[in-house]
Write a protein that binds this ligand. Structure first.
Ligand code: ATP
Length: 376
């Protein structure tokens, strides 16, 4: 067990034409479970491979515990990696696959190796499969073997590279819980790469969001969800995605009025909101999560009148696709059942509005919730 620190880590490919990881700083606590998430090509796997020593860093440092391992060979780093494609030896039995690393890197006796493998196999519930070969196993069983092989090593750090992507949805959910249980039981510092934001949110103590090789935000899942630092994170975390509307803000007396380009969206907000965004006049993008939108009661001030395009029932709730802006979705109770083409009045609280700079996309103003009213 150890903490893990990345300092200004950089990786270039093709003589600098591709910058896969760009000045990444991360501090991961001893025993922490951190998920690394971002769109395809954002540098997740490259980061993981540099930690494992499978890829050399172009610049920057990697520390495991207090040791600078940047130039330490992979086999001398105390890390175990679990891959998406299991990477099992097809001609070896489960026991041989799980014990192979131990045979190569320790001087444990055959009996001691067998005990360690059996213990890990029990943890993964595969003790009855020890004499089977990989091609006799299902995908889920193979991944259990791969996980068991990592556990056997008793490493300082676990690295997971999309280990559940090849499994069906139900098995993926089961395995998520299994991995979390084992990680907690063993207390081994873990970095888990996934492109699935839901997986990242449910599994990580903290979540790291990358884009184009750069760190966008690191924090507890709820903090990242509630207070995204930029428009990209706001849109990436949460399903369905946050709704965005590009607006111009102007001051009208004490209030702020937000309008979109074609004037179809107009929203009057309180002086408290004006304080929050300081420099009111200018271009912004506002973000509202689908679950923060509600049907408006009769009358009321904070109301958006719009047309229902599609109603998508998901059982507990309905998704309403609204004409307010492109891909504008409200998540409402399942008993709210307008028909496509209906005019609907919806509302959202002022303190649920996220405001991003229209140019840079960076969040604007205070991040804590602001009490107040919204009127549209
Ligand atoms: P995915 O989710 O699709 O696996 P990722 O976030 O893991 O993506 P990486 O595989 O780390 O992304 O790739 C980051 C960037 O580096 C991409 O532009 C990729 O094409 C590039 N890259 C990765 N490995 C190499 C390589 N060996 N040679 C050249 N370019 C590479």
């Amino acid at each position: 067990m150890a903490k893990l620190r990345l300092e200004s880590l950089r990786k270039e490919f093709d003589r600098g034409k591709i910058v896969a990881v760009d000045g990444l700083d991360l501090d991961i606590e001893d025993g922490e479970f951190v998920t690394l998430v971002g769109p395809s090509g954002c540098g997740k796997t490259t980061t993981l491979r540099m930690i494992a020593g499978l890829e050399n860093a172009t610049d920057g440092r990697i520390y495991i515990g207090d040791e600078d391992v940047t130039n330490v060979h992979a086999k001398n780093r105390d890390v175990a990696m679990v891959f998406q494609n299991y990477a099992l030896y097809p001609h070896k039995t489960v026991e041989e696959n799980m014990g192979f690393g131990l045979r190569m890197s320790t001087d444990l006796s055959k009996q001691e190796r067998h005990e360690r493998v059996y213990e890990a196999a029990e943890m993964m519930g595969i003790e009855d499969l020890l004499s089977d070969k990989p091609d006799e196993l299902s995908g889920g069983q193979k991944q259990r073997v791969a996980l068991g092989r990592a556990i056997v090593r008793e490493p300082d750090i676990f690295l997971f590279d999309e280990p559940l992507s090849n499994l069906d949805a139900k098995l993926r959910t089961t395995m998520r819980t299994e991995i979390q249980r084992i990680q907690q039981e063993l207390g081994i510092t873990s970095v888990y790469v996934t492109h699935d934001q839901e997986e990242a949110m449910t599994m990580g103590d903290r979540i790291v969001i990358l884009r184009d090789g750069e760190l966008q935000q690191m924090g507890a899942p709820t903090a990242v969800y509630d207070r995204p630092t930029n428009r990209f994170v706001g849109g990436f975390i949460g399903s369905p995605s946050m709704n965005f509307i590009d607006v111009r803000a102007t001051r009208e007396g004490e209030d702020v009025v937000l309008t979109d380009d074609d004037g179809s969206f107009s929203c009057r907000l309180s002086a408290a909101f004006a304080d929050r965004i300081e420099d009111v006049d200018g271009k912004f993008t506002i973000g509202i999560r689908p679950e923060d939108i509600f049907p408006a009661s009769e009358g009321g001030t904070n109301v958006l009148t719009t047309t229902v395009e599609v109603v998508e029932p998901i059982g507990s709730d309905n998704y309403l696709y609204l004409d307010a802006s492109e891909d504008f979705i409200a998540r409402v109770d399942s008993d709210v059942e307008p028909a496509p083409g209906d005019t609907i009045r919806v509302t959202f609280a002022e303190d649920d509005i996220h405001v991003f700079d229209g140019e840079s996309g960076r969040v604007v103003g205070e991040t804590e919730k602001v009490a107040g009213r919204a009127s549209v």
